[in-house]
Design a protein around this ligand. Structure first.
Ligand code: UD1
Length: 433
């Protein structure tokens, strides 16, 4: 497995172009299953998770063609045409679903279009048990019969799904997305109460509207969907990745550098910008995106609590911890979304971070300087938090098992190196395990 080697201590300076949002793309791609016409998605990031979703859709019978690549000022956002003329297979196999939980997002559209779907249960993952019970309850509220057998979710409906009321007891991004796609083709009106308000959910809803769906309340906690008989093709551009944006914003802060992040939108990460400003960085919007300047600032400890959007994103918690490990003073980090999302703590501790975990909270006491060390990545956001720590640390850090990183960050080492980071990928040349 590849490793990333970093010699820390250089303040990052320059420009980084932000790509399309991975999590939006992973919901937009399965939306192609809802129509026999072509859905063209622009600004797709080039990531392993996107390739995994493409494989999954391919084996359902979706024809795909990469139709050139639109150049967005250094970021080559891909343009992908997806055509589900005929769905040849309604099973999402274990082998693909186990690699990526978002595979479960084919369930709603397959069921709505074909009246049946069989999707492997995703199982546990590094950051918690992450069940799909709320996805299933939502589809049941639309008239689906659901059976769990042999490790698979078997969902069926006679005739069409029927509109209904879905009340989520807890905010779920994927659950809302599956419900939205299913309801778009259901008969009658569906109301989703306590819907996720994440920008990626709104991106999906806007794309469905471009495909002919009737959805009101986009961006709010209550979505009203009037089902239509059929959806048509559309051309839709994926929104910028707010987590990639926020990660590089923190890279500027942790190295006490100055970066302009282009091709992105500050309004997608207001909670992070507010806290980063409180911590001492100067964040300004520019014509092309935003600038984070921490060159002369002392970063101070600021508490955060992860919450559904518009709160502080759980996908930024590990990176925030890395920043706080270098701040003056203490900070408390509380994780309310996933029960086991502190696996980066022992690795950061190997680099000299002072962190104590008590249940869902961690107290971080900043140190003047982290020190480089060999560390191991356990999930996507944990991996990038170790990269951030390595950029700030004294000496050499080697982040092992970086395949997680390639799932969610495009050309991370190239983007950082272009801004002065001393960072390289060490290719694994040992025989496959
Ligand atoms: C999505 C994002 C992920 C992000 C998360 C929270 C994608 C591909 N991934 O994941 O990066 O960290 O939102 O912002 O978009 N839950 C249940 N039952 C369910 C569904 C969820 O109990 O049926 C729980 C989960 O275990 C978790 C919480 O609800 O504790 C939120 O999960 P959810 O919003 O569904 O996350 P994902 O859609 O999987």
């Amino acid at each position: 497995m590849d490793k990333i080697r970093i010699i820390g201590g250089t303040p990052l300076k320059g420009t980084i172009t932000i790509g399309g949002a991975k999590n939006a793309a992973l919901a937009l791609m399965p939306a192609c299953l809802l129509t026999d016409e072509t859905l063209t998605l622009c600004n797709l990031p080039h990531l392993v998770d996107i390739t995994t979703m493409a494989h999954l859709l391919g084996q359902h019978g979706v024809a795909m063609s990469m139709n050139g690549a639109a150049d967005n000022g250094g970021h080559t956002g891909r343009v992908l045409e997806l055509t589900a003329g005929e769905i040849t297979n309604t099973t999402a196999p274990y082998d693909l679903v186990r690699r990526m939980r978002a595979s479960v997002l084919v369930l709603g559209p397959l069921l709505a279009r074909c009246g049946r779907a069989r999707v492997s249960l995703p199982g546990g993952c590094a950051i918690g048990t992450r069940p799909v019970d709320l996805h299933l309850k939502a589809l049941e509220a639309l008239g689906a019969r659901i059976d769990l057998r042999e490790g698979y979710i078997a969902a069926e409906v006679t005739g069409r799904l029927r509109g209904g009321q879905i009340i989520f007891p807890q905010v779920t991004v994927g659950g809302t997305e599956n419900a939205l796609m299913a309801a778009a083709l259901a008969e009658g009106e569906t109301v989703i109460v306590n819907a996720a308000r994440e920008p990626e959910v709104s991106d999906l809803a806007n794309c469905l509207v471009a495909m002919g769906a009737d959805i009101a309340g986009i961006g709010t906690g209550t979505l009203r969907i009037r089902g239509v008989d059929r959806l048509h093709g559309a051309v839709y551009s994926v929104l910028p990745d707010r987590i990639e944006t926020a990660t590089y914003a923190l890279a500027a802060a942790i190295t006490r550098g100055n970066l302009e992040l282009v091709g992105t939108r500050a309004d997608l990460l207001e909670s992070v910008i507010k806290l980063l400003t409180e911590a001492g960085a100067r964040v300004t919007t520019t014509e092309r995106g935003l600038r984070v300047d921490a060159e002369t600032d002392a970063i101070v400890g600021v508490d955060i609590m992860t919450e559904p959007y518009p709160g502080f994103p759980t996908d930024m918690q590990a990176q925030w911890m890395a920043l706080m490990a270098t701040a003056a003073g203490a900070s408390m980090i509380t994780e309310t979304i996933f029960e086991n999302r502190f696996m980066h703590v022992p690795e950061l501790a190997r680099m000299g971070a002072r962190v104590n975990v008590h249940g869902a909270s961690a107290i971080v006491r900043g140190v003047p300087r982290l020190s480089g060390a060999p560390v191991m990545a356990t999930d996507l956001r944990a991996s990038v938090s170790l990269i951030l720590a390595g950029l700030a640390a004294e000496g050499e850090t080697v982040v092992n098992r970086v395949y997680h990183l390639d799932r969610g960050y495009e050309r991370v080492e190239a983007k950082l190196a272009a801004c002065g980071a001393v960072i390289e990928r060490v290719k694994d040349t040992s025989p496959a395990e």
